[in-house]
Write a protein that binds this ligand. Sequence first.
Ligand code: SF4
Length: 512
Amino acid sequence: MTVHQPLPDAASAPAINTAATQGDGLGCHSGKQALRDAATAAGNSEMLERFAKDYPVGPHDKPQSMCPAFGSLRVGLRMRRTATVLSGSACCVYGLTFTSHFYGARRSVGYVPFNSETLVTGKLFEDIREAVFQLADPALYDTIVVTNLCVPSASGVPLRLLPKEINGVRIIGIDVPGFGVPTHAEAKDVLAGAMLAYARKEAEAGPVQAPRAGKAQRPTVTLLGEMFPADPVGIGMMLEPLGLAAGPVVPTREWRELYAALDCAVVAAIHPFYTASIREFEAAGRSIVGSGPVVVEGTVAWLSAIGEACGVAKPLVEAAQNRLVPAIRGALSAMPISGRITLSGYEGSELLVARLLVESGADLRYVGTACPRTPWSETDREWLAARGVMVNFRATLEEDLAAMAEFQPDLAIGTTPVVQKAKQLGIPGLYFTNLISARPLFGPAGAGSLAQVVNAAIGNKGRMDAMKAFFAGVGEGDTAGTWQDTPQLHPDFREKFARRAAKAKAAAEEIP
Ligand code: SF4
């Protein structure tokens, strides 16, 4: 039997903003400003300020990303004994669950639906609370993660008033609105940061569970950011001569790993945008090292920085470097890359991949990342800039495409729309997420790992040209699609409607 705690009284409960229920409601379609205004009206300006600080959007706020909440949802779905519950519009939840299952979630996503009435009256919060109490079975779960999507975030549904723990099951409520968290990569940090904050308080309060494989015998380096499964193993081997070990990867796959992650000697911000998580590590007294052990110069610099942060004697660090460098050089020279490349992505590892390409011999001209510039990406940014590579943080699709047009690469590595455009132009393209992120990146295993796929793609230029020539003029622009007859173009219609739209715009601007 579950014992429900009393609900917060009406006076202490924040006002629900009814704007979200008006007209077509609020969502991606209503624009970020409308949602931000609604959130401010609902007393959620503190949340917006925190997001603005953690995930600054400048110089613009248009990086292309899927619904950000997918990032945090995926982190929760990958954790053992963790239930995930979404609160948001049905269309958002449909899209998010569809994508989760497309990527093999293999477990249910909880959903607390709402309508205008339950949102306005505060019943939605009661429904979420009830759902959490029903789910909180310690035999099944360590943690329940409840996520407010855009409308509940904009309306101020107060997840912070949920009990912190029910029957020994931790309850974590987070807001992940698309109008506050710019990319799905940063949404991973929202949940990782919230979990680390919770775990840190538990560890400060008393003894906590040891890692499944027991406590590490050597000081550990926590690895921040999702990476190819072989990479933490390879990093562990590189750290061994320094008397160190690779610690957990954050986001973790299990709650107890969070304690081990916090109990490290140093944190390696392999993905440099985990601002909320870094705040928790710093609060736990841990220092942070940026960049990663990528190819020769990156590995040498990273081992030095880790050694320094952990007080490792210099000769030990130098011995490790001297052992690794020939192996990495050997792998690089066996698999060189030749060709001009532009690169864009939204994973957070773009700058490291860029370094790998440059040291492999590629003529890399541009790196665009949807993620922001942070202190932990500075080393890589400086290294790339010194080699004439243009680095663009918070890159938009338009900027990525403009770079491709400007540099006319032999290969465009990028997001789906970048690659689609490249192929349309007859430029070979590779998807960053599927084909580049799915390979080892670090140390000797990373060096040369991209050469085969990159060189094969560049070698396809002749086939791209042949295909482009064969399909030239078929299904382009207004004639795209499937037609019974040859499409007749009517440019006069376009002019007519453009005139009408301009007239309507001018009339609207005249209204005081
Ligand atoms: S939750 Fe995601 S899909 Fe829904 S309105 Fe927000 S950004 Fe769009």
